[in-house]
Design a binder for this molecule. Structure first.
Ligand SMILES: [Zn+2]
Length: 167
């Protein structure tokens, strides 16, 4: 018997970008200075064909969800809430950032995105976006998908991806 076909859909668009500032910490006491990237996200979702429409997932809906996730962190300073070395303290409208116990930056709170990740590497950003997309898909009642592969590029030809298996 012929094995069933497998299907996936991919969305990569010029507008799935977020221009954001970040710094990452390295092993030891090394830490980058604050700088920015024009990050770009793309996603592949795999799953069963919808028996009514013969597609895996609606492109319009997937583009809309991805754009929203990118907009949430566009034009922000990306800060890691789960870092053991970066301490983030909110004081009124300001956010103070210390690295290895040394005060380093103070930002307006409205310019920051506080993210539940240990370091703002592209790997962790890809995982974060994949998880955010999964929760959006779950609340939309989408159950036929089997995986999400999220890719985040921080420079041309320099990207990381994260795959979440669903169900
Ligand atoms: Zn960087």
């Amino acid at each position: 018997m012929e094995r069933p076909s497998e299907f996936s859909v991919c969305v990569t668009k010029d507008y799935l970008v977020f221009a954001s500032a970040h710094f990452i910490t390295f092993a030891g006491h090394r830490c980058e200075g604050l700088h920015g990237h024009n990050y770009r996200a793309s996603v592949v979702v795999e799953g069963a064909l919808n028996p009514d429409s013969w597609f895996v997932f609606d492109f319009v809906e997937l583009k809309r969800l991805m754009r929203r996730l990118c907009d949430e962190i566009d034009h922000k300073v990306l800060l890691p809430l789960k870092s053991s070395r970066v301490t983030i303290v909110e004081q009124g409208d300001s956010i103070s950032v210390a690295v290895d116990g040394q005060n380093r930056y103070v930002f307006p709170a409205s310019d920051c995105a506080l993210l539940p990740i240990p370091n703002t590497t592209v790997e962790m950003l890809a995982e974060l976006l994949a998880r955010r997309l999964r929760s959006e898909l779950e609340s939309a009642g989408s159950t036929s998908l089997t995986s999400i592969k999220m890719d985040v590029e921080e420079n041309f030809g320099q990207s990381a991806s994260c795959t979440l298996r669903l169900g």
